[in-house]
Ligand binder design. Structure first.
Ligand code: WT7
Length: 669
């Protein structure tokens, strides 16, 4: 249903003009946790009038503490401590808590594997809360047996299999700090992350299935562990590699270092009491791209993260006991941490995990899974929705999809056409859509509709979640009027906020806390419309959003210049129908190297090897020179226009050598 409500933006910051509004249906609202906009507004006002009181009440209700906290918040920007003095355990809140209830034998994880070949069914596995608890206890004992102690870092490099969640939860059970590395990342990325957090152990598998092929995860780990700088191995901290058998792919096991998951769990007890951990005990490190070359290890801690993800899962996805909830993200991303594993399990929900790609063996794979498991809530990314649109309506149309009651998106601004398609073709006009804005750093959802309460408009994440205080400000940190573009900040601390960048407190302050004093800076540009809805207009730093993955241009540039043929490189984004943004690299080669089609391929593969396939440039353009200011700063603004095939506009007077521009425009393959 659509009610026209014209609210044209007055400024040009955002060109999007969208005035369709979709109110939640009475039927949905009737049973929802939050049933009306006025109820949301009342609770929201309360939550920000006295945030500490609000969060204290929620923590008491939602989290089991072994020792109660003494102080809700200790805050001296940028350092927050939540629930100070308390002790709890994340795995116990996700598992043990449910064992005394009707949920003990309820499906915690439903897993669907990737079919080995077209025509073959995917494997399937269901773990009840009791079964998952047992697996987690066994594996926690395996961690201990292999020398892992509270506070040690453990790298997890696994495909989307239940063992990924089991390994994460086992770490939290004993207070080890996990760092999950996405299975699509390269050996070099694995090595960099091991080095940065000095991990003691890697958990990996003999392989993961992807579109009918096998990703050689163990081999990547072997290569990562061989990388040296000078004579020194950069991964010397690693003492043990645990290998899960998944694909029967042949792997080499190094004596004294590598052991099999199945051998290890057969040697330990299934009893493992959860460690009593301080509220601020480090929970995990997750690496994400920034505007400089080196990924940042975002640190999250125990009680606040748990509360943030539990509460947001419950209200944003309106979780009920009979839901089958499916978040399609990989556990290697924050969405997989917060909304495949921790948030849903803390709520005692059934969370579905799928190992494979959306178009393998066919473009109807997701819809097949929705019907097979009667999925009620589906949470995916705009880039996936745009791909489904391209593959055509005929694929989802072959399925009933009538179990679905709620849809969600995350990762980038969703373009209104994709929103409408999702609403019409997948939701059949019946399901509310929650467009959720948040970040690796925020731990949980920050700006979002509540599905029974908030009228939605295609393209906006709408209003703040409880206890969250986003604001759009100018360069001086002053709030800007409605319908004016500015920087998105968050005024007040919140429980699931990042606690730092691993090993780099200076960068933490510079990146997030220097733009507006005392406030968290998100890196996003935004405007609020006259209803107060937040419209994210994208990043304002040199970070791109490619298929919902955050990629720092500097990271790709440093990968390119690490190749012997490359003298200089500049990477910019170009609008792309499916990916949102595509990567275009402008490259100057060294004297003796030859710019050729072969070299383009070599460089793309080189970036794939250095970072991972997601970071491979879509286009490499060779050029004699890059456009620079007299002070030597690359003028990305111009490169972006060239990459998008547009005429050069705006000031070019600061350009050191104007003839570069004409040459650049001709640099297309
Ligand atoms: C960046 C964070 C949060 C999990 C996935 C990405 C963009 C994310 C939205 C949204 C507009 C969005 C922002 C943000 N973003 N969700 N609903 N609407 N933009 O996590 O890799 O940490 O990236 O993704 O630019 O800053 P991430």
């Amino acid at each position: 249903m659509s009610t026209k409500k014209p609210a044209p933006p007055k400024t040009i910051e955002s060109v999007l003009k969208e005035d369709r509004t979709f109110a939640p249906s009475a039927e949905f609202s009737k049973d929802a946790h939050i049933k009306s906009l006025s109820q949301y507004r009342r609770l929201y006002r309360e939550s920000i009038k006295d945030p500490q009181r609000f969060w204290a009440r929620q923590a008491e209700k939602e989290i089991v503490f072994y020792k109660p906290w003494k102080k809700v918040l200790q805050w001296k920007a940028p350092n927050a401590k939540w629930f100070v003095g308390g002790q709890t355990n994340v795995s116990a809140n996700c598992l043990d808590c449910h064992l005394e209830t009707d949920r003990a034998n309820k499906a915690a994880i439903i897993w669907e594997g990737e079919p080995a070949a077209p025509g073959k069914p995917g494997e399937e596995r269901t773990l009840t809360y009791r079964q998952l608890h047992r697996e987690v206890c066994l594996f926690a004992n395996v961690l201990k047996k292999n020398g892992i102690k509270k506070g040690d870092r453990v790298l997890i490099y696994l495909p989307m299999v239940p063992e990924a969640a089991i390994a994460m939860l086992a770490c939290t059970r004993i207070g080890a700090v996990h760092s999950v590395v996405f299975g699509g990342f390269s050996a070099q990325s694995v090595a960099d992350r091991i080095q940065d957090c000095a991990a003691k152990m890697v958990i990996t598998s003999d392989g993961g299935f992807r579109r009918g092929g096998v990703v050689p995860l163990k081999e990547n780990v072997d290569n990562a562990l061989k990388i040296k700088v000078g004579r020194k191995s950069i991964t010397q901290s690693i003492q043990r590699v645990i290998v899960l058998r998944r694909s029967e792919n042949k792997v080499k096991m190094k004596r004294g270092r590598d052991v099999w998951w199945h051998d290890e769990i057969s040697q330990v007890s299934d009893q493992c009491p959860p460690a009593k951990l301080d509220s601020e005990h480090p929970l995990f490190i997750l690496y994400t791209s920034g505007s400089t070359g080196k990924p940042k290890g975002i640190l999250h801690t125990t009680a606040g993260y748990l509360l943030g993800t539990k509460l947001s899962s419950k209200y944003v996805f309106d979780l009920k006991d009979d839901d089958v909830y499916w978040c399609t993200a990989d556990v290697g991303w924050i969405t997989g941490h917060s909304y495949v594993v921790y948030g849903p399990l803390a709520n005692g929900a059934t969370t579905l995990m799928y190992e494979g790609a959306p178009n393998w063996p066919g473009p109807d794979r997701f819809w097949q899974i929705v019907d097979k498991y009667q999925v009620t809530i589906m949470y995916t990314a705009p880039t996936a929705i745009r791909a489904f649109m391209k593959w055509g309506e005929s694929w989802p149309k072959q399925y009933r999809l009538d179990s679905l009651r709620l849809l969600g998106t995350v990762g980038e601004p969703i373009n209104p056409e994709a929103w409408m398609w999702y609403h019409r073709v997948i939701g059949k006009g019946r399901c509310p859509i929650v467009d959720t804005w948040w970040q690796t750093e925020t731990g949980g959802i920050m700006i979002t509709p509540l599905p029974g309460a908030t009228p939605t408009k295609p393209g906006t994440a709408t209003l703040p979640f409880f206890g969250i205080t986003p604001e759009v400000v100018d360069d001086q940190g002053r709030a800007v009027p409605k319908n004016t573009g500015g920087k998105l900040i968050v005024r007040q601390p919140w429980p699931s906020m990042l606690r730092g960048i691993w090993g780099d407190p200076k960068r933490f302050v510079e990146t997030y806390w220097s733009e507006v004093k005392g406030c968290y800076f998100t890196g996003d540009g935004c405007r609020q419309d006259s209803d107060g809805y937040f419209w994210i207009v994208g990043r304002i730093d040199d970070v791109l959003n490619v298929s919902g993955h955050r990629i720092g241009t500097a990271e790709v540039e440093s990968a390119l210049v690490s190749h012997k043929a490359v003298a200089e490189a500049a990477v910019v984004g170009r609008p792309d129908e499916i990916k949102g943004q595509a990567l275009v690299a402008f490259v100057t080669v060294k004297g003796s190297a030859k710019a050729s089609g072969d070299l383009q391929q070599i460089l793309r593969n080189h970036v794939g090897k250095e970072i991972g396939p997601v970071a491979k440039p879509d286009q490499i353009r060779f050029t004699d020179a890059l456009p620079k200011t007299r002070s030597g700063k690359i003028m990305r603004r111009l490169l972006k226009q060239i990459a998008a095939g547009k005429a050069i506009q705006g000031d070019t007077t600061t350009l050191e050598d104007i003839s570069v521009l004409a040459k650049l425009s001709r640099s297309e393959e």
